[in-house]
Design a protein around this ligand. Structure first.
Ligand code: FE
Ligand code: FE
Length: 164
């Protein structure tokens, strides 16, 4: 089926985000478990709970649109999470914390790009309730990214000091 309208592109990108969020819920508990810094662990645990809420928001968006959320795999997120898992296997201790923050910030930026776009489409299509829901998630991703930058300023120093 060809995607020849903004309406179809909108639904397609929402399905992509739905897949991305579901992939993230599988990765975050592993990242929390692997964290050395308790602050980083808490941040991953908090964002796991937020991510579950973001999936519920998307469920609501699909309900409003009368569309199904299934049918797409976000290959971009799959690649980002594969890289994250790879670097987690190659690192340890505080250096692993630094590497996980690096991977997680890539994920947050990817999500921010995706949500910013669909929020804008929702506004264009006059879907104000949906735009509002997507904006809430966009704000959470932005806050998470900022929080990670904050944690990195400490974690990176630890990782550097502990280097052999
Ligand atoms: Fe998310
Ligand atoms: Fe996120």
């Amino acid at each position: 089926m060809s995607v020849d309208t903004v309406e179809k592109l909108f639904v397609d990108e929402l399905k992509d985000l739905y897949s991305a969020e579901n992939q993230i819920t599988k990765a975050l508990p592993k990242m929390a478990k692997a964290a050395t810094s308790s602050e980083l662990r808490t941040a991953f645990e908090t964002h796991f709970k937020e991510t579950e809420g973001q999936i519920k928001r998307l469920d609501r968006v699909f309900e409003i649109l009368g569309k199904t959320s299934s049918g797409k795999t976000c290959k971009g997120m799959r690649g980002l999470l594969e890289e994250g898992a790879e670097v987690m296997g190659d690192t340890e201790g505080e250096v692993r914390d630094a590497a996980m923050i690096s991977a997680a910030q890539r994920v947050e930026h990817y999500e921010m790009a995706g949500y910013g776009t669909v929020r804008t489409y929702a506004e264009l299509l006059g879907q104000n309730e949906i735009a509002n829901l997507l904006q809430q998630t966009l704000d959470e991703e932005g806050e998470t990214n900022k929080k990670l930058t904050q944690i990195a300023s400490k974690v990176n120093k630890h990782a550097h000091r502990h280097a052999a």
